[in-house]
Design a protein. Structure first.
Length: 211
C-alpha cells in the first residue's frame, strides 16, 4: 500500500489499491488531463498500473541492499555515536531491528530473515512542532505529524542527488540544520544538541554522515 500510495501521490498513477485520481475539485486541469487507465477486469475499475507491475516494483524495493557504513572506527564518528544516544536522538531514530518473515512469499528466505538491519528509525509518527507542520492531514498523520525518516544513507545524499537538502521539503541544508528544525516531541533532543560544544556537534554530524 505504501508503494501504491507513492505511485498515486508522487506520480498520479492509479492502482487497484488507489483507484481514484489524486485531483481535488479545484484542480480543473488535473481533472481534465487524459488518463492512461486500462479497462478493469471482473468489475474492477480501470487503473494505470496492474497488480503484477506493482508487485514487481515492491519486490525490487524489498531486495535493495542498504548502503554500507563508512569510517565506523573513526574516533570522531564513535564520539558522535555516543552523543547521538546521550541526546536521546535514538529514542525515535531507533538504531536497529532484526528482520522477520515478510508478507511476500518470494522473499521469505533464510538469507533475508533474522538479519539485523540498522535504518535508524522507529517507523512511527511524531508531532514535530509548529515550525515543521504543513497543516495537511495525510492518511493517519495530522498536519503536525511526520514519520521518523531512516538515517541510513544520509552521508551519501550529496553523491547520489548532488545536494545535501534534508526534511520533507528540502529546507534544511544539512544534518545540523535538520536537527534545528526539530520541535514538538523532539524539542528536548534538539535543546541538548544546542547545548553541545562545536566539536561535539561536529562529531554528531560526522556520525550521522557515516550511516
Amino acid at each position: 500500500h505504501q508503494t501504491g500510495g507513492a505511485f498515486l501521490g508522487d506520480m498520479g498513477i492509479t492502482s487497484r489499491h488507489f483507484a481514484q485520481e489524486a485531483c481535488t475539485p479545484a484542480q480543473k486541469d488535473c481533472l481534465a488531463a487524459p488518463s492512461g487507465k486500462s479497462g478493469g477486469e471482473q468489475g474492477q475499475p480501470g487503473v494505470e498500473i496492474d497488480d503484477k507491475t506493482l508487485a514487481d516494483v515492491i519486490f525490487y524495493q524489498a531486495t535493495l541492499a542498504p548502503p554500507a557504513r563508512r569510517n565506523i572506527n573513526d574516533a570522531q564518528v564513535l564520539r558522535g555515536q555516543a552523543l547521538f544516544s546521550q541526546a536521546q536522538c535514538a529514542t525515535c531514530h531507533r538504531p536497529s531491528y532484526v528482520t522477520k518473515e515478510g508478507p511476500f512469499p518470494q522473499l521469505t528466505s533464510k538469507a533475508l530473515n533474522g538479519q539485523r538491519i540498522a535504518p535508524y528509525t522507529d517507523l512511527l509518527l511524531h508531532d514535530m512542532g509548529e515550525r515543521l507542520a504543513d497543516g495537511r492531514p495525510d492518511f493517519g498523520a495530522n498536519g503536525r505529524q511526520w514519520k521518523t525518516p531512516p538515517l541510513w544513507g544520509t552521508g551519501l545524499i550529496k553523491d547520489v542527488n548532488g545536494h545535501t537538502r534534508l526534511l520533507h521539503d528540502g529546507r534544511a541544508r544539512g544534518v545540523l540544520e535538520a536537527v534545528l528544525w526539530h520541535g514538538g516531541e523532539a524539542e528536548e533532543a534538539k535543546d541538548q544538541v544546542l547545548k553541545m560544544k562545536k566539536a561535539d556537534r561536529d562529531a554528531l554530524v560526522k556520525f550521522v554522515e557515516s550511516l
